[in-house]
Ligand binder design. Structure first.
Ligand SMILES: [Zn+2]
Length: 369
């Protein structure tokens, strides 16, 4: 990425330096500084970042969560939820339909293009993949180089703002893929109850996709924060159950009162906390399906016998591929997705990281420039 072969084809004046919030070390605030603006290779486009979603993953990155899985070289620029405008097009992609001035979102998982996963379209699970925001360039800076195959043009007539678009590339994408897995497994449909476990940013979208793709399933949101449960109801959850300080039996009783059954047929775990997964499996009915998309915790602890004897299916689901994001963007262009976003001025990025760590932000914080 970012070879020296930069082809400037248009009129946007790209400055030689840009503002960036860079991670120089673990467990330290990001450093807001001027760094050289990256060039692009012939197969890349340069995106002027108009909005960058702040993911809990970014906080985990700073806190060292991924250290044992992936040794990232520092300094790096976080930010993998990117919406912006193409300002330069590499020489090899001029025929690819990308134009300067195009409003785009960035697909986050960049595959090597050679393996089975890539050829299936699942570049986000390529063993030799790369991701913006986990290397030298990411959305916490004014410009980012992107392989041309990983930008999706957005219909400017749809009236979506960059702040709405950026989170669609992860918070609004990851639960979409998860819900599709439940749907494709036959776990949704009329008479089924699907649980959305946790109503952080991912959960606000999961509730909507459970309705959109659920084929008539009853959607129940579970969370421990009353504000987040209100948001879930506003976004279409049929029921919202506060689990704070309550036993499994208490939660079951309220679920029965709400839906007529004290089990869920399917669940999407948008939190990933150990106790939430335990609750989700505790509620899961016979032949139930459970998909994990949240990563707050680091271990699961579920009893084995019910998993076997009730024939549970447990799905991992990671981010989303190009086609998943295309579908999400289409739904958003059609006005079928509601957004819960808060603009964060670039200068306040470290303060926002602290607030995401404590979980006090409802919906998605989005950096604007
Ligand atoms: Zn691959």
């Amino acid at each position: 990425m970012s070879a020296v072969t930069t082809i400037v084809t248009g009129t946007h004046q790209v400055p030689s330096t840009m503002r960036a919030a860079r991670m120089h070390d673990y467990n330290q605030p990001l450093v807001l500084e001027e760094v050289p603006t990256p060039g692009i290779g012939p197969g890349e486009v340069l995106v002027r970042v108009q909005a960058a979603g702040m993911c809990r993953t970014d906080v985990q990155l700073v806190d060292g969560y991924f250290r044992k899985y992936a040794p990232f070289s520092l300094p790096l620029i976080p930010g993998h939820e990117i919406a912006g405008e193409i300002v330069q097009v590499g020489s090899a992609v001029e025929t690819g339909g990308h134009r300067e001035g195009d409003q785009v979102v960035v697909v986050g998982g960049w595959g090597d293009g050679t393996c089975r996963q890539c050829h299936r379209g699942d570049t986000q699970i390529c063993a030799h993949g790369a991701w913006p925001g986990f290397g030298p360039y990411g959305g916490y800076a004014e410009y980012v180089p992107v392989p041309a195959t990983y930008v999706i043009k957005v219909n400017a007539q749809a009236g979506l703002t960059p702040e709405q678009l950026a989170p669609l590339t992860d918070a609004g994408l990851t639960p979409y893929r998860g819900i599709k897995k439940l749907r494709d497994a036959g776990a949704l449909g009329p008479g089924r109850v699907v649980g959305v476990m946790g109503v952080g940013a991912l959960g606000t979208y999961a509730v909507q996709y459970a309705k959109l793709l659920g084929g008539g399933a009853t959607v129940v949101a579970f969370a421990r924060n009353a504000d987040k449960l209100d948001v879930a109801r506003r976004l279409g959850a049929d029921h919202a159950i506060n689990i704070s300080g309550r036993s499994l039996d208490d939660v079951r009783a309220e679920l029965r009162q709400a839906t007529g059954q004290d089990e869920i047929d399917a669940g999407i775990d948008c939190a990933g906390a150990t106790e939430m997964i335990r609750l989700g499996f505790g509620l899961l009915g016979i032949a139930g399906h459970y998909v994990s998309v949240g990563l707050v915790g680091d271990r699961i602890d579920i009893p084995l016998f019910p998993l076997v004897s009730k024939e549970y299916t447990y799905h991992g689901s990671f981010w989303g591929n190009y086609n998943d994001l295309s579908e999400v963007v289409t739904l958003a262009e059609q006005g079928k997705v509601r957004h819960t976003v808060h603009a964060i001025p670039f200068e306040d990025v470290n303060d926002a990281i602290d607030r995401i760590r404590t979980g006090e932000i409802v919906g998605r914080a989005v950096i604007t420039y």
